[in-house]
Design a protein around this ligand. Sequence first.
Ligand code: SF4
Length: 479
Amino acid sequence: MENIKAKTSLVSAEELQKQKEYAAKVKSVLSVRYNSAPKACVVTFGCQQNVSDSEKIKGMLCDMGYSLTDETTDAKLIIFNTCAVREHAEDRVFGNVGALKKYKLENDGVVIGLCGCMMQQEHIAQRIKNSFPFVDLVFGTHVVHRLPELLLKTLTRKKRVFEIPDMDGVIAEGIPVVRDDERRAWLPIMYGCNNFCSYCIVPYVRGRERSRSLESVVEEAKDLISKGYREITLLGQNVNSYGKDLEPKINFSYLLRILNSLEGDFRIRFMTSHPKDCTKELLETMAECEKVAKHLHLPFQSGNNRVLRAMNRGYTREKYLELIDYARSLMGSELSITSDIIVGFPGETYEEFKDTLSLVSKINATSLFTFIYSPRVGTPAAKLDDPIPKSEKSKWFKELTDLQETISASQMKLHNGKIFKCFVYGKGKLGDNYIAARTDGNLIIEFEGDESLIGTFQKIKVIEPLTFVLRGEIVKEKE
Ligand code: SF4
């Protein structure tokens, strides 16, 4: 069993100051080499935590004198922020990195950097070292805040830089951020995970759970609200553990209530919750706080108790159903539930998989994120016998997605005629004059309207439920 230590190690003010000085040095190196700001492209793979990390990387790069581009073929610096959760994601990264070789050879002075969860794994870093000699910089998840120092080394020495310390993790406050969206923001409240689910690589690559201080989270939320952000999504591998390592201890419900009490017209979301740590208090808090979206992403992974034990999930099917029933009793049809499921965990039988199907039939989720099990090097599950062939798992997977499609469609029909308060977030896909909005429960409604409504909350009536999206019309307030 892993030795779990609760650690909150804040990066010191002196260290952050040093990084600022490195950033200034990078800036002066770039100003000698280029007549105008060179372009940097940050490509993000994987989850919202990575998206949030990339926003910090972009913030630091702008501080160092880069301008940003979305095109790798336009950039003097390319950074891939990678994901290790599934083999498929890793293969995509290797493919994309390989494709950069020609560009690098044909363009003088291009720097290629790799970071994120994939790089935190020893065998991956070795493979990059040996097989991708054109990659200049590789850094792990615990040293993102040291990018100025690492980039300066890369630019000024004729050596490749690999910096991947194995540690419990740190918290770096005050890193500049360039956000991808002007109205919706990611707000990390904690990092790392202590759960060691037997299939998951996250605790090995993201370190131990560590919460940001209440003050830092609230200050960042206030800043976002004052800048006009309307949707704030609190991030953490297991947000339900928030505050356990703080002194004095607080919990996630407490944080939600404080954020809910802040002035302004905004909505709070959060992800991801772990059923083991999801309390009745949290569900009651969700129900009572008007600014907290009635959307619960609560991954159950399997509906069979033996498989759940083998996954080291720490709850049973019965406990999960109890939570869902309680949440529904508090929030009724307003509540939208989403979940993650793994199909074909090593040793899972078809009979056991049928328990997953029956759980899916009971919870009436709005949507599910379903995956076929992918072995991760170094995790306990990767050492288990896995006799079921991929072709068989694919059939189970199809059975599951077919079932959920039917459930989602019937859920969508229930919304016909309902009026939702929605956040209008961007252009729609149903037609040129459609714009898209998101309900509290994370459903997407598209309606014909003016782009000037983007960034506002509107009341929208559903007039036609489609398969994955609702068609609606704006409800005009009476004069
Ligand atoms: S709770 Fe489990 S699945 Fe989620 S990040 Fe932690 S170890 Fe991975």
